[in-house]
Design a protein around this ligand. Sequence first.
Ligand code: GLC
Ligand code: CA
Length: 531
Amino acid sequence: MQDTRPVEHVARAPWWRDAVVYQVYLRSFADGNGDGVGDFAGLRARLPYLAELGVDAVWVTPHYVSGGADGGYDVIDYTAVDPEYGTVEDVRGLIEDAHALGLRVLLDIVPNHTSDQHPWFQAALADPDSPEAARYHFRPASEEPPNNWQSMFGGPAWSRTPDGRWYLHLFTPQQPDLNWDDASVVADFDRTLRFWFDLGVDGFRVDVAYGLFKDPSYRDNPGIYSPTLFGHGPEQAMTTNQPQVHEIWRRWRALCDSYDEPKMLVGEVSLADLDEVGRYARPDELHHAFQFRLLKSDWDASSFADTIAEALTAFETVGAPAPWVLGNHDKARQVTRYGSERRARAAALLMLALPGSAYLYAGEELGLPEADVPDAARRDPIFFRSHGRRPGRDGCRIPMPWEATDPNAGFSTATPWLPQPADWPAYAVDQQESDLTATLTLYRQAIMLRKLHPALGSGLAAVTLDGNVIRVDLVARTGDPGPITCWINMGAAPVTVPAGHVLLASAPDQPGPSGGRLTLSGDTAVWATSL
Ligand code: GLC
Ligand code: CA
């Protein structure tokens, strides 16, 4: 069938529609000043590595002055840089260098809650009648908490002030939730967005974008959140996904669009219902809405296939690209979750073929496993609030290995803030760079091919499941370099599939096709020309 849309239309498609975005965990990426903590100087010095990897943008986890209760997601000053990470001038320098290399820079904004040390919350504690008190959720003193709302990190979502009032925190008690019905909250975030946009930042990842508003009458939630769910569902009906939140995203989108070079937003939308997630990415709302079902899927072909097909439909319905993510700073690393680096490599090839944008988490391109962190070194509040029942997220936040023989694998001249496992140097960038079979090489090749071939990453996809095998047929939207099929065999036994020639295989020992047939090894994915 002839595609009648002019080629220029697609050529001018906004950059973010099929971007590969690389998430940098700032504290753990690279240390520029030798204090054991990653920072902007370190990141700036490593930008050429990201350019060579071929990604389009970097998203930096929170860099603000913070109380340090939740890895920077407890902000004290939204327009200042934590001195541990550098200065506003360092951010400006980072943006300049990144732009010169063709990379865009996204920061992370945290609108659902502030730090308890934020001047507003301090003023609210000091005086219940202050205007600042109206910017949070306070309830009068009472024996029992105002309702059954639970913190996502364990325990009740309400804590008491010294004068006996209750205040709401969906995360730690050091992260009081803002009241978005208060006009000064809305206005202040506009100011923050403009501050960073005017500095040259290209966009934001929006923390807890499905939050912000709460049930105005503080009714009980119908259920209790379980961390094993795909995301929040009806059990969190009073604390997440309130209809008013979409007005904020329309407001922020208009602000983004007011710049000559429009800014972009990607929201964290941890909802189980993918159609609900899609609504956050309507044309006048967020550019991308993360869905986490794939991230939370076990190594299981039918769960992968269902999620991919459902997500494609949900985002297509609103005309938005689907953002794909297999790992982030909140989730155990793929290698460990799936059970092997071989499987993680296969999953990466599948993700990078799918139409939409792909989000990589620093270190996944090195095949890093989840690290064992001794209890004494743990930092994540999830570990402490669950009394050790949940290990928390430190194991995926270990400082990066760069040079195998340098102290601390090249991350820092000082002892890193979280300990690196003894085998970390084996994963170092300099060990993988010249190794054709390395995971870093696979990522580089995949990202390069994705750029070259219009069927990859931005084509039209049809997903078919057959036993343990998922087949994704990809056709370019712009007519013809020929269709490509991504095959992934999620079972252990080899299977035979039809294939022309193989563009890329996730396993180095994958045999080539012969006579139009390919024997696909277990736990392997390939990109092949379709037959
Ligand atoms: C998001 C972040 C997570 C943080 C939480 C509270 O889920 O990804 O790291 O702990 O929000 O801000
Ligand atoms: Ca440092």
